[in-house]
Write a protein that binds this ligand. Structure first.
Ligand code: FES
Ligand code: FES
Length: 229
């Protein structure tokens, strides 16, 4: 005989030296006895149930904002991030979840003209805000100039980071034009240059695991130069 188990489930019986009977009924009786030993008095149990029900119940709140120009009203668990509100509640899955910890930039969206990591922001903090996601920048038929430049310069491979890269890039050019300095700006009192160094520094929060960085910088530089002319 091979070494298959000698008994099936909890119903098996063994006979021989040190016989014992192992039955489902025995298991239930034993289980009931141990529950009886550790049982909590009914009044305390009811209080515990009420407390744990309160602790686990989500707190809901209403929030209204505009996403890609369209008014949206949601009732959400107050812990819902903007990223989950967009992806799970509004089904705008163009914005990607990478790390969910503010470290990769895959979730970048533009809120009131500024780029943010949607995974680090609670949806209920955005009452009345105008939010732009990759779906709001362009369409497959009519690409945003930054989307077209990414295609032209092969600024992606798997494409997972690309929506965040493009939203970030659009906002980066606005930041430079608005004169907001970065870590590599030489003269913080002057106007930052529209240079590859500035673009690289400002895009450093958007990670690309495929390493498409040089093509991404080329794409952004082309759009920057076009708009300068
Ligand atoms: Fe938000 Fe990575 S998913 S930064
Ligand atoms: Fe694959 Fe950037 S294109 S992660």
């Amino acid at each position: 005989m091979s070494g298959y188990p000698r008994f099936r489930g909890a119903e098996a019986k063994m006979h021989g030296p040190g016989d014992f009977e192992f039955s489902r009924r025995g298991m239930l009786v034993g289980g009931a006895a141990s529950v009886a030993v550790t049982a909590v008095p009914p009044a305390d149990a009811a209080a515990q149930d009420a407390a744990s029900a309160g602790a686990g119940a989500p707190v809901l709140a209403k929030v209204s904002f505009k996403v890609n120009g369209k008014p949206q009203s949601l009732e959400l668990d107050t812990r819902t991030t903007l990223l989950d509100a967009l992806r799970e509640h509004l089904k705008l899955s163009g914005t990607k979840k990478g790390c969910d910890h503010g470290q990769c930039g895959a979730c970048t969206v533009i809120v009131e003209g500024r780029r943010i990591n949607a995974c680090l922001s609670l949806a209920v903090m955005h009452e009345g805000d105008a939010i732009t996601t990759i779906e709001g920048l362009g369409t497959p038929e009519k690409l945003h100039p930054m989307q077209a430049a990414f295609v032209k310069h092969d600024g992606y491979q798997c494409g997972y980071c690309t929506p965040g890269q493009i939203c970030s890039a659009v906002a980066v050019l606005d930041e430079i034009r608005a004169g907001i300095p970065s870590h590599v700006t030489g003269d913080v009192a002057g106007k930052p240059a529209m240079s590859a160094d500035e673009i690289r520094e400002r895009m450093s929060g958007n990670i690309c695991r495929c390493g498409a960085y040089s093509n991404i910088v080329e794409a952004i530089s082309e759009v920057a130069a076009r708009r300068k002319a």
